[in-house]
Design a protein around this ligand. Structure first.
Ligand code: ADP
Ligand code: ZN
Length: 849
């Protein structure tokens, strides 16, 4: 079985990395007399944090139901746990193997190709395979065994003799009354009673909450009789609404009981009456919850495609016809008509009998795309993202699995959608960092789309106006087919990008530190003309920049060339890659000017200032603080598209893909906030975000205007945005990455340490650094191929009450890196356990804060 796509264009393949999924007998006492000889066994991933998969035998009664993709209950370390069947195999000897206890699903929850994909992820991200599957499957599936107690004969007889108000009597009577439930006492206490032979503790399964939503329906049982009754006339049907009630049911194939009782106040009475007479009957059936299904911005189907669209589609069709893995990168500037291309590509794939996944970076964009695609493709669409409830996700999963869906639209978790005939995966705005999951199973959904497409033999279409350096580099070297759409639809001009040099703003000269006179004037004009403005501040909350008032440069780390982070409390500057530390200075290291200064910026304060500055304007703010409330983002976007809002202030959330024709002015408050981000991708992000922002202006008939405020007008990430020149930006950025050995010219992993104690966490971090360097020292040749940065205190040195440190490991050799990570995990186990400090490995990290 080929599990890893070895020639994968993106991953050289962790081939030398030690194979994570070994298969053996579960760690336990010898098996209970399993028969010897060749037998069919199941390879199972258990939902326990272990790397290996385990073999189990199948008892007679379960063999028909035990299929790949089903959940099983299996014994593991004297417990019962959930497992996932990955493979059926013939084992020469089943000695020492345990039997599975139960199969939970009547039908598989995933196909074996998806199983391969899960294993690939587990290997690559060094995450327990069972936990990968657990987080990929819709929540609420898993049944957790609970300890239930039942009384023995001895317990029963003792119970009668106990004084009525004693604790023991209370406890034992409760257990007698609730044999299936977990007793509400500490288990310690129960164990004591078990020892005395009064009760037996057993594992019972508690059903997970989510499952199909079942509802009661009503339909006719005796159709003829009912027609006859109604034809006969009203005499025998005297009750209020009775005729209408019966007609409603007659006209339907089945109607929800809830709908009936809502419509007819005496519905329940009538239901009883007619089911009693055998004319109607009730039945229970599964229904699907519709998570959104609204079309927000309906769009007409264009009569004809533009040349660049036609050309691009030609290539896509060719690839789809080949029915094999094909990775493509579509570099299409904003407004070049990519959505239309996606839509036609999906239709074409469906025409070939295959199915598609469309991933977008934001949940609110899912809603937008859903509306668009429903208007084109009808209802064989599912949405899938973490904003759905557990029940909704479960429903969508089942629909997709059954083949009732041709297109799944979602955020990053849509990469797991169990489409049985997957032929096309589209990743829109592929450069977007929200494809990286930052908690629990840390994966890059865009990268995993490459792997899944390879496993499924599907076409992968990555689309972006500002491709990631990594993907574009893959295009340049021929790993991806590069497709390009360089022109905006109807040759609409790209907006003029003007740069305002914030250095020129003298203290006290402007009304506001955040809004320059140029931007202020432009907003006034725009308001007067009845047009809309978007103001963009690329980080939420409040941030300080420490930079030179003369040359605008911030201070960078001499080792890592990332911006140093300013810490107000200590008045110091730190590198969060390597730990470099410097007191703040007044003199600029770049130009020698004696005037370094801290500037402060924040979205909330900006909104406040605007309301005071322009009292007549309707101002709204959109950032993650605001949109955490369900439905809030959609509300704001709706308001903005209906022109109920004049100025929308926001973080990068507002930059992604929306089409608001009324926006003619876009302002960027401080481009430097993203440049000064302590991250080797700071330049890339700045270019992407600024281009994306500029793309929001002038989508309608009027030309747009973009004003970028910055302390660094000459920085290449800003000057290339002004000239709309992706290629120049790419070349410059690529050279820097190459020089410093950052991805895509190396592979990176971050090891994050989190602990409750400040000193303790620092100590463990230092020990881990020493241990890691010792390991590398023991690998005389290969050890030199890995570089270790840090450990250093993280930029967010304290988060959710935890102290945080990080260490980066870097190598051109991805297998070696994986090998090292596994080794670090092994040698640090004891240290971590005794100190209570947690270690998180993040392979291909994005967030270095
Ligand atoms: P992108 O996703 O590349 O930024 P869009 O797909 O949003 O660009 O397209 C920009 C605009 O052009 C949209 O308003 C879309 O409806 C319109 N459009 C796309 N293709 C055509 C076409 N063939 N004819 C007319 N209008 C089109
Ligand atoms: Zn450094």
């Amino acid at each position: 079985m080929e599990r890893r796509p070895h020639n994968d264009p993106l991953f050289i393949g962790p081939d030398q990395a030690q194979s994570a999924c070994k298969t053996g007998a579960p760690p336990e006492q010898p098996g209970t007399g399993a028969a010897e000889g060749r037998r069919i066994c199941l390879r199972i991933a258990v939902s326990v944090p272990v790397r290996e998969t385990f073999s189990y035998t199948i008892p007679e009664g379960l063999s028909a139901r035990a299929r790949v993709g089903c959940r099983a209950i299996v014994p593991f370390n004297n417990r019962k746990v959930t497992g996932y069947v990955l493979e059926e195999m013939v084992q020469n000897s089943s000695e020492g193997l345990k039997e599975i206890s139960d199969i939970l699903d009547p039908e598989p929850l995933f196909q074996d190709k998806l199983g391969h994909f899960f294993e690939w992820m587990a290997d690559y991200y060094i995450h327990p395979i069972g936990k990968v599957i657990e987080s990929a499957l819709p929540g609420g599936l898993n049944m957790n065994p609970v300890k239930a107690a039942r009384l023995t004969e001895r317990g029963l007889s003792l119970l009668d003799g106990l004084p009525s108000n004693s604790d023991e009597k209370k406890l034992l009577s409760w257990i007698k009354a609730h044999p299936e439930k977990r007793p509400p006492w500490p288990l310690q206490k129960i164990y004591g009673l078990q020892k005395r032979g009064l009760l037996i503790l057993e594992d019972r399964m508690k059903k997970g909450r989510a499952g199909p939503l079942m509802r009661k329906f009503l339909k006719t049982k005796d159709h003829g009789e009912l027609e006859h009754l109604l034809a006969e006339g009203a005499d025998s049907l005297k009750a209020k609404n009775e005729i209408e009630f019966l007609k409603t049911i007659l006209d339907s194939k089945g109607i929800l009981l809830g709908d009936l009782t809502r419509k007819f106040s005496n519905g329940l009475y009538l239901v009883k009456k007619w089911t009693g007479r055998g004319v109607l009957e009730a039945f229970i059936a599964a229904v699907y919850r519709d998570p959104a299904g609204k079309i927000m911005f309906p769009s007409a189907v264009p009569v004809r495609l533009y040349d660049q669209q036609r050309r691009t589609l030609g290539h896509i069709r060719e690839c789809l016809d080949s029915k094999s893995f094909f990775p493509c990168l579509l570099h299409g500037v904003t407004g070049s008509g990519k959505t239309e291309v996606y839509s036609r590509a999906v239709e074409y794939a469906i025409g070939l009998g295959r199915q598609a996944i469309l991933m977008v970076p934001e949940i609110s964009l899912v809603v937008y795309m859903e509306g668009f695609f429903r208007s084109r493709l009808g209802n064989r669409i599912a949405v899938y993202h973490s904003g759905l409830t557990r029940g909704e996700r479960y429903d969508q999963w089942v629909r997709i699995l059954k083949g009732d869906v041709d297109l799944v639209i979602g955020a990053r978790s849509a990469i797991f959608a169990p489409l049985p005939r997957l032929g096309l995966i589209i990743v829109d705005e592929e450069h977007d960092s929200s494809y990286k999951q930052e908690e629990y199973l840390r994966y890059q959904a865009r990268d995993m789309a490459v792997v899944r497409a390879k496993i499924e033999g599907a076409l992968l279409l990555l689309g972006s106006g500002t491709p990631s350096i990594q993907s574009y580099q893959n295009g340049i070297v021929g790993r991806y087919r590069l497709l390009s759409m360089p022109d905006r639809i109807e040759n609409r001009p790209l907006p003029d990008v003007e740069v305002v040099d914030l250095k020129a703003m003298e203290d006290g000269q402007s009304e506001s530190e955040m809004i320059s006179p140029v931007l202020r004037e432009a907003m006034d004009q725009n308001l007067a003309a009845g047009n809309q403005t978007m103001l963009f501040l690329n980080r939420r909350g409040f941030h300080r920049l420490f930079l030179c008032r003369s040359c605008g440069k911030s201070i960078r780390c001499p080792n890592c060339d990332v911006a140093l982070t300013y810490h107000l409390k200590e008045d110091s500057l730190k590198c969060h890659y390597c730990g470099f530390y410097s007191a703040t200075q007044r003199k600029c290291p770049s130009c020698g000017f004696d005037g370094l200064k801290a500037y402060g910026f924040g979205t909330e304060r900006l909104e406040q200032e605007l309301k005071e500055m322009l009292p007549g304007a309707r101002v709204a703010r959109m950032d993650t603080d605001i949109t955490r409330k369900k439905g809030q983002a959609i509300k704001i976007l709706k308001g903005f598209s209906r022109k109920e809002i004049d100025i929308l202030v926001g973080t990068q959330m507002i930059t992604k893909g929306y089409d608001f024709p009324g926006v003619t002015l876009v302002g960027v408050i401080a481009a430097d906030l993203s440049l000064a981000f302590p991250d080797f991708r700071a330049g890339e992000r700045t270019f992407q975000v600024l281009s994306q922002v500029s793309g929001r202006a002038g989508r309608g008939s009027q030309k747009g205007r973009v004003i970028v405020q910055t302390f660094n007008p000459d920085h290449y990430a800003i000057s290339t945005v002004m000239s709309h020149d992706y290629r120049s930006f790419f070349e410059k950025e690529k050279k820097l990455r190459e020089q410093l050995g950052y991805p895509p010219f190396s592979h990176l992993a971050s090891l994050r340490l989190q602990g409750n104690g400040k000193g303790e966490t620092a100590e463990v971090a230092h020990s881990l650094g020493v241990m890691t360097r010792e390991v590398l020292g023991r690998w005389p040749n290969r050890g030199k191929e890995v570089q270790v940065l840090g450990p250093a205190e993280a930029a967010l040195s304290r988060l959710k009450g935890k102290y945080r440190w990080q260490m980066l490991v870097k190598s051109k050799n991805v297998s070696l890196l994986h090998h090292l990570l596994l080794e670090i995990e092994r040698i640090s186990r004891k240290l971590l356990k005794s100190s209570g400090v947690g270690l998180i490995s993040d392979v291909d990290p994005y967030q270095m804060t």
